[in-house]
Design a protein around this ligand. Structure first.
Ligand SMILES: O=C(O)[C@H](O)CO
Length: 382
């Protein structure tokens, strides 16, 4: 039996490779002789650089940039294909995980550091940038990133706007004449973790703002700032961004990249699975297992496990999902490719407790699933 194990990370507790290894350990208890193929995936968010550097062979460079809260941080990006392609994760410079809970305020957090990371890649002379969007601490539409690349975003008095979603509220003018000229010679493939639009009920602020500290009262205001920003982007660049799928990824950074550097926005999982040759490997498998820290209705907006499940479904190979936590109504998952889904918390517990020992819990549930797969119901009782 050949089993492909392709999970995403369990955020804030296990890397994608650690998840894959825990699942394999559990399965080996019941299926010690199965052939296991561990291919951790990512969806454009945190873990994308590591996954692609491992798959394509390359190395990482670390540079100092501005963190989401304005203080200096070290952020790494990958160089693959003999240095011709850079792989950047916006979450490395402007991510939610690097932002302490008490400082998660999308009103002020900035994507400036992502722009600095892009500049560092340009310094290496790359001709292609794969930029992973997702897991951001920001809701600034990528305005900070554009400023770091030379874009003039100013208020009605001509002063540069301040950081974050609040700064965006002062935006009056956009000028691209001082944009880094090296951007013109670079192809941008943007790997989005979601397909949400920039604004509206499914937009960046309404759906992902709350996890970045946006209060219910601030949602309409910040959504309005992003709409104004999107309209200005459309006016200045001629690119339609307001309804584009993926424009709302990473706090609206998808929109800025689409408009200003003519990026192609693709589901991150598609870019990653192609690089890993996952479709081909799944076709040769008997069973596929995937998972993520949480699987719910947000997962179907382009998250990695759904991408893996759909590949398995297309290949006619059974696929099981394992998550730290699941949607109350799991039919949203079973009607989108999964044959079965399991949560690995066996009793109610605080999140902090669930995050510790996640590996053991995962191994234990994987073992139970594996033993269940050995059970044969007598025909008469089936
Ligand atoms: O960063 C975010 O806002 C979410 O991961 C969606 O892209």
């Amino acid at each position: 039996m050949k089993i492909v194990i392709s999970p995403d990370s369990f955020k804030e507790s296990l890397s994608a490779m650690e998840v894959a290894m825990a699942i394999r350990s559990g399965f080996q208890k019941a299926w010690p002789n199965a052939e296991y193929c561990l291919l951790p995936v990512a969806d454009g968010g945190e873990g994308t650089v590591q996954t692609l550097v491992d798959a394509l062979g390359g190395y990482q460079l670390s540079v100092p940039v501005t963190g989401p809260c304005g203080s200096p941080v070290e952020a790494a990006f990958g160089l693959v294909e003999e240095g011709r392609t850079a792989v950047i994760e916006m979450a490395a410079a402007s991510g939610l995980e690097m932002t302490p809970i008490a400082h998660r305020d999308a009103g002020t957090t900035t994507s400036f550091g992502t722009g600095e990371l892009i500049r560092a890649a340009l310094d290496q002379g790359v001709s292609r940038i794969i930029l992973g969007l997702g897991g951001s601490a920001t809701n600034d539409g990528g305005a900070g990133m554009l400023q770091a690349l030379g874009c003039d975003l100013s208020d009605s008095a001509g002063a540069p706007i301040g950081p974050g979603a609040r700064g965006l509220g002062d935006l009056s003018n956009m000028g691209l004449s001082a944009l880094d000229p090296r951007l013109q010679g670079v192809r941008f493939d943007v790997a989005c973790d979601v397909t949400n639009p920039l604004v509206g009920p499914q937009g960046a602020t309404a759906v992902f703002g709350p996890q970045k500290g946006v209060t219910a009262a601030d949602i309409p205001r910040f959504d309005g700032h992003l709409r104004h920003f999107g309209m200005l982007l459309e006016q200045v660049t001629g690119h339609a961004v307001l309804d584009a799928p993926g424009a709302g990824a990473a706090g609206g950074m998808g929109a800025a990249l689409l408009a200003v550097v003519g990026a192609s926005l693709q589901p991150g999982i598609d870019i990653v699975t192609q690089a890993l040759r996952l479709p081909e490997l799944i076709r040769q498998a008997d069973l596929v297992i995937t998972g993520e820290g949480r699987m719910d209705s947000q997962s179907i907006q382009g998250k990695a496990p759904i991408g893996v499940a759909r590949l398995a479904q297309q290949a006619g190979v059974p696929v099981i999902g394992i998550a730290g936590a699941l949607a109350d109504d799991t039919t949203v998952l079973t009607s989108n490719g999964f044959d079965a889904v399991f949560a690995c918390t066996q009793r109610p517990m605080p999140l902090a407790e669930a995050l510790t020992d996640a590996s053991q819990r995962l191994e234990s549930v994987a073992g139970n699933i594996a033993f269940t797969l050995r059970v044969r119901m007598p025909q008469s009782k089936a």
